[in-house]
Design a protein around this ligand. Structure first.
Ligand SMILES: Cc1ncc(COP(=O)(O)O)c(C=O)c1O
Length: 402
């Protein structure tokens, strides 16, 4: 059999595999979820539902993007899979991120070993890679780290490891962060204050009108870390700009972002931090070379796909509206959210509720009692419409029979 006939047999479609992929990906640009499924099947993945999600499982517990990654990111990865024998990185990613946040543009080369002086951006393997590096660089034994409780808590957990003191400031009514309380908790020993906006698990945004005076209230020797993992889901376009613009006047501000949420690349591991070059350089001294050729190209490609960004935002906002309507009808309270998930007050034994949703209905939701000690609440990520419906249907059954 000739080589081309072999290829045709392999794809089963009378097309070369490369041509087949090109066609699939061109089709995938056409938006619908159906075409994402087509991409997933054509590139040999089981489904666009993603890793660890067999058919029938509704996984809405981890704030992942149910739409999948941008087809452009998929294309970038596929085009480089045979090149991973070399060290390398996308030379455009750093500059693209700098332009995105209107900070001075410093370009990368295609080698991860070339020095990058004066960068205002550090890219890491997920934003948690950078949170770890920030903790490692700035939190010393005997210092204090201030953060809301409940909250994401990565940095305060790190403080425990470094023999520093985590200072947790309870949320206000409506799960809002107590900015005055966070500010008042700063002492001579404070190394860092953390604001997660929107918060996890709260979903509450800290708008610039509140963040700016808060930052002004913090002494310049204390770092203010603004974790914006979910900021692209903020209701108002202006809020999605985030806090990077504060850095010009406040050299103690660090902003972190991730490709794991709205960009749908949690498994790829890319995140970044924006800060003054002195801070970025210091963070860099506490990181290994954790980026990959594939992850940096996927991220650079994803940044160009404004359609995918908009579809992901719409999916989440439609999902949350559906949750609100259904919960209102059922008389269940919730915290309206500016993130990709909603906290819901079940006023019941949520260990049992979460167990029954999982075991009887194949629906995974976040147990806020187990994870953050919030009695009676669950945290539910907005998924695909059919996943959201499956959750609500299962919830009704479990509540009726309990
Ligand atoms: C508030 C917040 N920050 C940071 C992260 C870390 O995400 P990643 O390391 O995937 O960028 C998460 C992940 O869930 C998060 O919820």
């Amino acid at each position: 059999m000739s080589e081309s006939r072999n290829e045709a047999a392999a794809t089963g479609a009378g097309l070369s595999r490369r041509g087949f992929l090109k066609g699939a990906l061109a089709g995938a640009g056409a938006i619908s979820f159906g075409s994402y499924e087509a991409v997933a099947q054509m590139v040999g993945g089981p489904s666009v539902r993603g890793w660890g999600v067999p058919p029938g499982l509704v996984r809405i517990d981890s704030n992942e993007n149910a739409l999948g990654p941008s087809p452009r990111a998929v294309e970038a990865v596929l085009s480089l899979v045979t090149s991973i024998n070399r060290y390398g990185q996308n030379p455009n990613l750093l500059g693209k991120l700098a332009r995105r946040h209107s900070v001075p543009v410093v370009e990368w080369t295609d080698s991860p070993f070339a020095p990058v002086p004066d960068a205002w951006i550090a890219v890491g393997a997920g934003s948690s890679d950078l949170l770890f590096a920030i903790g490692h660089a700035y939190i010393r034994e005997g210092t204090e780290v201030v953060e809301s409780l409940p909250g994401f808590g990565f940095i305060t957990r790190f403080a425990g490891v470094a023999n520093a003191e985590p200072v947790r400031v309870p949320l206000l009514e409506g799960m809002k962060p107590d900015l005055d309380g966070l500010s008042a908790a700063v002492t001579d020993r404070t190394a860092m204050v953390v604001v997660t906006s929107p918060g996890n698990p709260t979903g509450q945004l800290t708008p610039m009108s509140m963040l700016k005076p808060f930052v002004e209230s913090i002494p310049e020797r204390v770092l203010v870390l603004v974790d914006e993992a979910y900021i692209e889901f903020a209701e108002n376009e202006a809020d999605r700009e985030g806090a990077a613009s504060l850095i010009a006047d406040h050299p103690n501000v660090i902003v972190t972002r991730t490709f794991s949420k709205v960009f749908g690349m949690a498994g790829m591991r890319v995140g970044y931090a924006v800060a003054r070059p002195e801070i970025i350089a210091r963070i860099g001294q506490h990181r290994a070379n954790t980026l990959t050729l594939l992850s940096t190209h996927a991220a650079a490609a994803a940044l160009d796909d404004t359609d995918h960004l908009r579809r992901s935002q719409e999916l989440v906002s439609r999902g949350k509206r559906y949750f609100y309507e259904q919960l209102d009808a059922m008389g269940i309270e919730y915290a309206p959210s500016e993130s990709s998930f909603v906290m819901m007050d079940m006023k019941t034994d949520v260990d049992e509720l979460v167990r029954r949703l999982r075991e009887d209905h194949n629906v995974l939701v976040g147990n806020a009692r187990a994870r953050w000690n919030i009695e009676g609440w669950i945290r539910v990520t907005a998924g695909l419409p059919e996943e959201n419906e499956a959750f609500i249907a299962a919830l009704k059954k479990v509540l009726v029979s309990s």
